[in-house]
Ligand binder design. Structure first.
Ligand code: HEM
Length: 255
């Protein structure tokens, strides 16, 4: 390692600790998104039920935000945050978070589809539903392929290696699409109530403000996860001692 690379690695190493406060703030925002959506549907919509009614629909945003935002977001940053923990243990946490996410997603989809059937409403007409169903399909594909490739030792090593960049790219893409789905879903929900001539959303009632906060905290959580994933200072850096091997390294220090 030459001096420039050694300096850059040691500089990154010095800043690696910063990932913990960034992670803590990101987690707080993620928890806030979950709290806001629960308050939104319980205080300003009709709460929860599992009987085909509107209250059944309310499970849809709540479970999607828990599964596709909070748990999925955590599962993709866990390798960065727990970089000093045993890799296999972290893999199991990653797979468990994904499994819990997929249970939430299945229930969230069932809640809205069944609620629409109950009320004889059409399916898959909105932009939100198109982006949403594509996100869910990609998530399910990633889940099954990832499970087979990285938890079954029989899976060929060369294929695992080939798959890893695809797995990382798809993970980040699905996460971004989840945030687009959340924001478009909230906006669509507003469009149902914001009917002329009164357009109640335009005067920003508490219902509108809390809904906005759900979307804003989802976006901020996404920015925190993005920062943790892309900042090279937060990647695991091996402690490599500075090795001198050029003549002038010795000369400059002797002067
Ligand atoms: C990652 C998050 C989300 C995904 C993947 C998602 C996915 C979907 C899908 C696939 C449908 C279509 C169901 C059908 O047509 O039978 C749907 C419907 C709906 N979703 Fe979401 N959703 C998400 C979050 C949200 C959120 C946060 C809200 C906020 C209230 C929301 C509001 C709605 C509404 C109002 C419908 C019914 C109208 C329509 O079909 O577009 N969604 N969602």
């Amino acid at each position: 390692m030459d001096r420039a690379n050694a300096d850059s690695a040691s500089h990154c190493y010095q800043r690696e600790w910063l990932k913990y406060p960034v992670f803590a703030v990101t987690e707080l925002i993620g928890v806030a998104a979950v709290v806001f959506v629960v308050v939104w549907v319980t205080k300003y919509q009709e709460g929860f039920a599992w009987d085909g009614s509107y209250s059944q629909f309310n499970w849809h945003p709540v479970l999607m935000i828990i599964g596709l935002l909070f748990l999925f977001g955590n599962s993709i940053v866990i390798f960065r945050v727990l970089s000093s923990v045993n890799k296999f243990a972290v893999k199991l946490v990653h797979a468990s978070l994904h499994t819990t996410s997929i249970v939430c997603i299945i229930l969230a989809l069932y809640a809205v589809i069944n609620n629409k059937n109950f009320n004889n409403q059409p399916h898959f007409f909105s932009l939100h539903s198109w982006v949403g169903i594509t996100t869910v399909a990609l998530f399910a594909t990633q889940f099954f392929v990832g499970f087979a490739a990285y938890l079954f030792p029989q899976f060929p090593q060369d294929k695992k290696e080939w798959l890893m960049p695809v797995h990382k790219y798809l993970g980040a893409t699905i996460f971004i699409m989840a945030i687009v789905s959340i924001v478009s879903g909230i906006q669509e929900q507003f469009s149902f109530i914001d009917t002329p001539p009164k357009n109640p959303y335009a005067s920003l009632p508490a219902y509108g403000a809390v809904g906005n906060l759900v979307g804003a905290s989802a976006v901020l959580f996404g920015l925190g996860v993005g920062l943790l994933l892309t900042n090279s200072a937060f990647a695991k850096i091996e402690k490599v001692p500075y090795v001198r091997f050029r003549e002038d390294d010795y000369e400059s220090e002797d002067q």
